[in-house]
Design a protein around this ligand. Structure first.
Ligand code: SF4
Ligand code: SF4
Length: 384
């Protein structure tokens, strides 16, 4: 590995709170949810359901933005719980900050209740779904898949920006056909490997590898964009490596080390939505108007500096690395993090098999532009 590709050192104490020119304010409109997904990451630390609605005022948010985020380009993601359970707060924020970009992360079951004017102002909607009907309903409840698909039909054409399927890839029987179908129902498909012990038996990993190979084969065989974000992102990072670094100062592309602020309804701020139960991760407070650098930074015990995937992976996911190598949870390292990292290296090798540089060189300009500049990269973690 060349020196430039090594993870940069960062001091959480001395560094500026936000790195770079952009900042994502991920506002949790509520911690309530109308579903009970079996693998919900907010279930850890009993976060889900613990706060009903924001207790800070928009005047306090104004003061926080003015003091801590002046000069930055701000975009807001509405998050939860299920954020659409608090439409009043979403609308108030959109009216207060008309120049911001807005994104919604939702389970999709209440999309049909969103006013047309609100839909028109969303740059992207991330809809959580688990794959096909059987898998989705088994995690989210009977009828959920059809409800979400029906709602998609109702809002398509009214959303100002894009619709992205956000799949937490848990089930080992999730098939190529199920994921492929999502590329036709949505503008983009993003998937993330579930961070759960027991999900990565040898048989389960073999099945995931087979599906990944099929997705990558189809990506390179298509004359138009096959809109699967992790594959697009890896190709971009291999062909245009500076793009993998420029918005994140070379740190993780999920933004937790540089410019992702998860604002809990009580105004407390954490870098990663899955670690909002960890007191050591507290990064700021809207009501008290303070902010410091994210504590979720590269650590000498993390293995990324010697990893062949680092130039395109950049150390996603920092939560997993933190639990496995900083908190030294051996079981989590062995059963979750190492299998996921193996899959990430496999993804890169499969992409290389298709010679992404030559493919990019042959690709038509509109296709190259979307791979290089897709706005959806800013709304997801890019790596699975
Ligand atoms: S694959 Fe794992 S070890 Fe390698 S860079 Fe990514 S997170 Fe780090
Ligand atoms: S990818 Fe980033 S935001 Fe997502 S769980 Fe991991 S550290 Fe948190």
């Amino acid at each position: 590995m060349d020196v430039l590709a090594a993870p940069p050192a960062a001091s959480a104490e001395s560094a500026a709170p936000i790195v770079g020119e952009r900042v994502e304010l991920q506002l949790l409109t509520t911690l309530r949810c109308n579903l009970r997904c079996t693998y919900c990451s907010l279930g850890v630390g009993e976060v889900v359901g613990s706060q009903r609605k924001p207790t800070y005022t928009l005047d306090a948010l104004d003061a926080f933005i003015e003091k801590q985020l002046a000069g930055h380009e701000i975009y807001v993601t509405f998050y939860g719980g299920e954020p659409t359970l608090n439409l009043a707060f979403m609308t108030a924020v959109m009216d207060r900050y008309p120049r911001f970009r807005f994104q919604l992360q939702t389970n999709g079951t209440l999309l049909h209740k969103l006013p047309v004017a609100l839909l028109a102002r969303l740059s992207n909607i991330l809809v959580s779904i688990d794959g096909g009907q059987q898998v989705t309903d088994s995690y989210r409840g009977r009828g959920c898949y059809h409800k979400v698909m029906k709602n998609l039909d109702l809002v398509r054409g009214k959303v100002g920006g894009t619709l992205t399927a956000r799949v937490t890839w848990h089930n080992e029987d999730t098939s190529f056909e199920e994921l492929d179908a999502l590329t036709r129902s949505f503008d983009y498909l993003y998937f993330q490997f579930v961070a759960q012990e027991g999900a990565y038996s040898a048989a389960a990993v073999a099945k995931k590898r087979a599906v990944l190979s099929q997705l990558i084969d189809k990506f390179f065989a298509s004359s138009t964009l096959y809109p699967v974000i992790p594959i697009m992102g890896i190709v971009r990072n291999k062909v245009l490596p500076s793009r993998a670094r420029e918005l994140y100062a070379g740190l993780t592309q999920c933004r937790v080390s540089t410019h992702l602020l998860n604002v809990m309804p009580d105004g407390k701020i954490y870098p990663c939505p899955d670690l909002m139960y960890e007191p050591g991760m507290l990064q700021g407070d809207v009501t008290q108007n303070w902010l410091k650098r994210s504590a979720l930074q590269p650590h000498p015990d993390m293995p990324c500096a010697d990893c062949s995937a680092f130039p395109y992976c950049r150390g996603n996911c920092m939560k997993n690395l933190y639990i496995a190598y900083v908190k030294a949870d051996e079981n989590y390292r062995r059963t979750v993090v190492e299998p996921i990292c193996d899959l990430l290296r496999f993804l890169g090798e499969e992409v290389d098999r298709h010679d992404p540089h030559a493919w990019y060189g042959r690709a038509a300009l509109p296709l190259r532009n979307r791979v290089a500049n897709c706005e959806a990269y800013e709304y997801v973690e890019i790596m699975p």
